[in-house]
Design a binder for this molecule. Sequence first.
Ligand SMILES: [Zn+2]
Length: 307
Amino acid sequence: MRATGATATLPVLGQIKLHEDVSARLAGARILSATVRFERGRWFVSFTVEQDVQRPRATRPGDVIGIDLGIKTLAVLSDGTEIPNPRHLGAALRKVRRAARTVSRRQGPDRRTGQRPSNRWRRASARLGGLHARVADVRTDSIHKLTTNVARTYAAVVIEDLNVAGMVKNRRLARSVADASFGEIRRQLAYKIEWHGGTLVVADRWFASSKTCSECGAVRAKLTLSERTYVCDVCAMTMDRDVNAALNLAQYGRNQLRIAASGAEIENGRGADRKTGPARQVAVKRQPGTAPAGQTGTVPSQDGTAA
Ligand SMILES: [Zn+2]
């Protein structure tokens, strides 16, 4: 098995042309196996490789960043950076809804009556599947960019345990998409932050990141989703709602890390772990500065290389 430039040589198949030049990504890698699959009208080949990977330490090891994940925007960081939802997503979602309506007008299969789907239904639903896939690809790409940038920059990152804001009230589509992204962002942050020797702090699910004033610490009794600006009842501080929440998360993280540094056990959210499972892996694992310098070693790549 070999893969150089934009060609790969596989057993039985022989030499195949790839869409992408893999030289840079597979430099110094030993290919262990290749998996070929056909998906949404395209062929993909992914390689499992053995490769020495050098991952630099986070560039701003002293800073703690809080991330407020949202629905309107993908994320807002406590330094005020707003990461918008991917461009064109709105247009793509409109196309999805249109295609879904078309499918529903066609004669689909019915298990009860034994009705077979019409060819027009098959075509329409293949188109809908493709559009769904396109939306998913665009989201995946922007989520990877977000988590990579954050993990490369900050040694301490704080996020919420659950997307509480998203669960409160939203239209079904937006909500499910946001929920799925939230879990994926958290999963990616967990492993990428570990690559760069940082720490991911997951805030207690009861931590009122949105309702708390990041200036004086007062907690508002009520904050509706439509209030995009936080105005403090006590100190009159006025700030963008999401930036305020992100600042509170950053502060929460600093406190937790201080407790951890003093040797106390970090409490991780009243049994929240039991339900969410992988949460255990993202609880504070190590304190900044105690991780081994540079992550050198043989790491089997999990990222496939698409043809
Ligand atoms: Zn205040």
